[in-house]
Design a binder for this molecule. Structure first.
Ligand code: NOJ
Length: 538
């Protein structure tokens, strides 16, 4: 091993007790509530289903669950369109179910974090209903972003912003007197009007929501579109040539405007009233310096860094993603975060090539991810090695992207298919109903929890072992890491505590670095690490 180089990742303490900072190396498990487990037999997952599966989560060894939105919602974007942020949607249960879930999870030493959607509401939120009924310029309208249209009759949108889901980011309303009226801004679907964060009422209401859930025992939040909320002065046109859907670049006037930081400081003040709680922001910001601004000690506790989820299965790209994510937090003494997938992106088994190849690579990347310093976010079903389901029938597709793109983009349903729990045919114990909200592939029998639980070679067993070792072995301690020189197409790094992680992304076996083997994602071949595999050594 030659050419050791170091990357620092100082994790500032900002005056908090160490136990309050459980999230600095926590394993979070993202539950997409519709798809995790159905407790009431209607074919859609719910909180009752989560309660029934807490034993499974304890066995998996995770520290915290992150529930994608369960608040009251008309479900135009599966809960990311919230009509009452201080209630549970009847599809998922009620407040009593949520309280019981928090209590039972805590009894198993599992923290509960929830999605929070401060950038927009549902168009069915009482504020938006009142805004539509009120006149232009009224206090009701000023909670959202209403503008007069351009052109002679105001029939052109106020600017050229597209919606992330396709089509314009503006919808024109009909005024109470029946005449064509103002336009409102919705960066996502038209059922998700953007809030006006310059109106102090908006922040006050969010603080009420934060306190509502934190005083019920919730341990933290994932903040949706945390780089959104603040809008640029005068809402200037964008100047890109292409209108790409789901675009996430730094030259985008819709996101990452400087006013957002004051909003996060306000959120942090409320969180500080509840020691031991945390907030992680969804931050699609590429520039490291600007990314780091979100996790300054008086802003968010953590920020999602998506570089690893975007990297191809190549040693070069993985190393660049790791370096980048560490550098993004280093300047502000923040904690790095790692994720391979979530409910918005293609599942990793498919992304890495699908089939046996994708499976092997996903196993390897699981070891890379869990070897890194910081917090790890696992998307439900990743631990089963679920692939994307790319052949869902068109009439089953539910993601608003499908409709809004004029049926040119299938959207994100392929990574949201319900989890298989047991048995040999759909719905694989997910529900007692005959059908599920998205159809489940008939060939998922080998992927069920039941099929994998006792099989030491399964993805589930790899996750369980990796999580257990990570939480118990001293070799995983310390911030930052040192890179080892390694053959082309491979990478190797060492944690300060002594763990070595090696990844072989070449076509043939490579010798392992010296050390005692702790875990490998595939059986060694004559003592060498096979291609598309990773290993841990001490
Ligand atoms: C990001 C969420 O992850 C995504 O699922 C949602 O559609 C948008 N924000 C809008 O809330």
């Amino acid at each position: 091993m030659a050419g050791v180089s170091s990357v620092e990742s100082p994790q500032g303490v900002a005056g908090q007790a160490e136990s309050d900072r459980w999230w600095t190396n926590g394993v979070f498990y993202q539950i997409y509530p519709r798809s995790f487990s159905d407790g009431n037999g209607d074919g859609v997952g719910d909180l009752g289903g989560v309660r029934e599966r807490l034993g499974y989560l304890e066995l998996l060894g995770i520290d915290a669950i992150w529930l994608s939105p369960v608040m009251r919602s008309p479900m135009a974007d599966h809960g990311y369109d919230v009509s009452d942020p201080r209630d549970i949607d009847p599809l998922f249960g009620d407040l009593a179910t949520m309280d019981a879930l928090i209590e039972e999870a805590h009894a198993r030493r599992i923290k509960v974090t929830m999605d929070l959607v401060p950038n927009h509401t549902s168009d069915q939120h009482e504020w938006f209903v009142a805004a539509l009924a009120a006149a232009p310029g009224s206090p009701e309208r000023s909670r959202y972003i209403f503008r007069d249209g351009k052109g002679e009759n105001g029939d052109e949108p106020p600017n050229n912003w597209p919606s992330i889901f396709g089509g314009p980011a503006w919808t024109r309303i009909t005024e109470a007197d029946g005449t064509p009226g103002q336009w409102y801004l919705h960066i996502f679907a038209r059922e998700q009007p953007d809030l006006n964060w310059e109106n102090p009422e908006v922040a006050e209401d969010l603080y009420t929501t934060l306190r509502f859930w934190l005083s019920r025992g919730v341990d933290g939040f994932r903040i949706d579109v945390a780089h959104g909320m603040a809008k640029p002065e005068g809402l200037p046109d964008h100047d890109w040539d292409l209108n790409e859907l789901m675009r996430n670049d730094d030259d985008d006037p819709r996101f990452n405007n400087p006013g957002v930081h004051e909003i996060h400081r306000g959120i942090r003040k409320v969180m500080n009233e509840f020691p031991g709680t945390m907030a992680v922001g969804e931050i699609w910001v590429r520039d490291n310096e600007r990314f780091g601004e979100y996790i300054r000690p008086d802003e968010l506790h953590l920020g999602f860094n998506f570089r690893l989820a975007e990297a191809k299965f190549s040693a070069e790209q993985v190393r660049a993603a790791v370096d980048n994510s560490l550098a993004a937090v280093a300047a502000v003494g923040g904690t790095p975060t790692w994720t391979l997938s979530n409910h918005d992106v293609e599942r990793e088994v498919t992304r890495y090539g699908g089939g046996a190849l994708g499976w092997a690579r996903a196993r390897a990347m699981t070891l890379v991810e869990f070897a890194l310093p910081g917090a790890v976010f696992v998307y439900n079903g990743a631990e089963l090695g679920l692939p994307n389901v790319d052949d869902l029938p068109e009439d089953a597709l539910q993601d608003p992207v499908w409709e809004r793109s004029g049926h040119t983009e299938r959207g994100r349903d392929g990574c949201r298919v319900p989890l298989p729990w047991q048995g040999t045919e759909p719905p694989f114990g997910f529900t007692t109903a005959e059908s599920t909200w998205l159809p489940m592939p008939a060939d998922w029998a080998p992927l069920t929890v039941e099929a994998q639980l006792e099989d030491v070679r399964s993805m589930l067993s790899l996750y369980r072992t990796a999580i257990e070792l990570r939480s118990q072995r001293p070799e995983f301690s310390g911030d930052g890491l040192d890179w080892y020189g390694s053959p082309p197409g491979c990478l190797a790094f060492r944690r300060r505590g002594g763990l070595i992680c090696a990844l072989n992304a070449t076509d043939g076996p490579i010798p392992l670095p010296p050390g005692q083997l702790l875990l490998a994602s595939a059986p060694l071949v004559d003592g060498a690490l096979p291609s598309n595999a990773a290993a841990w050594l001490i």
